[in-house]
Design a protein around this ligand. Sequence first.
Ligand SMILES: Cc1cc2nc3c(=O)[nH]c(=O)nc-3n(C[C@H](O)[C@H](O)[C@H](O)COP(=O)(O)OP(=O)(O)OC[C@H]3O[C@@H](n4cnc5c(N)ncnc54)[C@H](O)[C@@H]3O)c2cc1C
Length: 476
Amino acid sequence: MFASTITKPEERHALVIGGSIAGLLVAQVLTKYFHRVTIIERDYLSSQPEQRPGVPQAHHLHVLLKRGLDIIEQLFPGIQTELAASGALAINASADYLWYGLGGWSPRCSSDLNVYSLSRNLLESMIRRRLATNNRVVFVQAATVTNLLSNPEKTQVTGVQVRQKLDDRQDTSPKQTDFTADLVVDASGRNSRAPQWLEAMGYAPPKETVINSFLGYASRLYQIPENFQADWQGALVTAKAPGTRGGVISAVEGNRWVVTLAGIGRDYPPTDDAGFLDFARSLRNPIIYEAIKSAPAISPIYAYHRTENSWRHYEKLSRLPSGFVLVGDAVCAFNPVYGQGMTTAALGALTLDECLNKQLSHHADGNLIGLSQSFQKQLSKIIAVPWLMATGEDFRWQTTVGGRPNLLTQLMQMYLDQVLLLAAESAEIHRLFLEVMHLLKPPSVFFHPHVCSQVFKRIINKSDKKWRRSEVIYPS
Ligand SMILES: Cc1cc2nc3c(=O)[nH]c(=O)nc-3n(C[C@H](O)[C@H](O)[C@H](O)COP(=O)(O)OP(=O)(O)OC[C@H]3O[C@@H](n4cnc5c(N)ncnc54)[C@H](O)[C@@H]3O)c2cc1C
């Protein structure tokens, strides 16, 4: 076994590639173990919640699940109060958000699902602001990581090469700089170059599983009309296979609605005014169309089509250099319609916390050998549940590529259809469904005897009624 370079505690340095949600959350965790944490971000970072090129998805609705919110609060105590003070809307997911699912409207009900409805730009900027108050953290902006640095034996990542724009306004040529670090974390998102960087160091790239339902988004901001009267803060109309269209409307800070329309199997929502409205009108329920048809639009319509589920299996590599881990979308990006990406990134940050804690309690000298493999393996266990939920749903559409549901998955889907139909009739089951969606409970709760018995009772009742109806209409 090779020896890892050991740095004195007061000099330990961690470096994060990418200053988006995954990078920011992981950086906060790293400040517990490293004296300095540097975040290298390709974009310029504003002190305000502003759109930036590196996260084009921020134009689209970003739902922060309850599990993700809880973790962010744990990492940054008091941030919920700051979010509320910045205009984020405190809502209850089961009472204030309407859900038009497989069986129609689900009953609104009370729950502990107290979350915030806000733009993704506001969320990211609030987290960044809190992180910036930590004097161990340094942001290096307008800087692109172009490669990894390693020891001569290529067994350890020792830092990164960076191309930095010195000043965007003056036409200065970029500066190349090397940054050394004891731990490099790749949080550079779906387009991470880590497979190529590892290959250049002599490592096999990870195998990638891609399951693509060819879903496309189109989103637009609206001012909420002053005279608009409704007792909800958001509404979701799901697609019902083989139908391909769904949409969501959500109130966010600034008295605005974010409206995101989604089409599966390349049924992409149009980006012209009339086409966007027509698509909204074509959904299974007109609630979104009725709300926006005469509301003032205050943004262009933005489209986004790179929505495939893609999982790079770093956990299966037999060799990884030490001093290097990967988090967030760089490892696994989900079909965004299930709203799992930021919460899975938050779970990944907690997982790194646990792994570093364990590693450094066994190696007080700061030796990180073995961390890369153990972390990626642990992370893959975390990813498995949201992955199953997202891909299992995507397989409902014949147009989805990348695999086919096996018999077991098909049976599960049939059973889950019954759970979803029941959710439209029972507040208890709707609440349970939302708790699973918010990653607070595992999907296995749907197979609890208490739920199974209600599902089967419903099936028997329905088939009994159907049988009786058919008896009356068609007497033998
Ligand atoms: C359309 C859409 C809608 C979504 N909706 C939701 C939702 O409702 N709920 C939810 O939880 N999640 C949602 N997601 C997922 C969510 O956006 C991501 O999971 C989340 O942002 C975490 O991603 P990340 O930080 O790993 O990567 P990203 O957010 O992609 O950020 C990567 C960062 O790395 C920087 N970068 C890239 N390369 C380099 C480099 N070489 N050097 C330096 N910096 C670099 C980029 O500029 C960027 O800042 C959605 C995604 C999409 C596409």
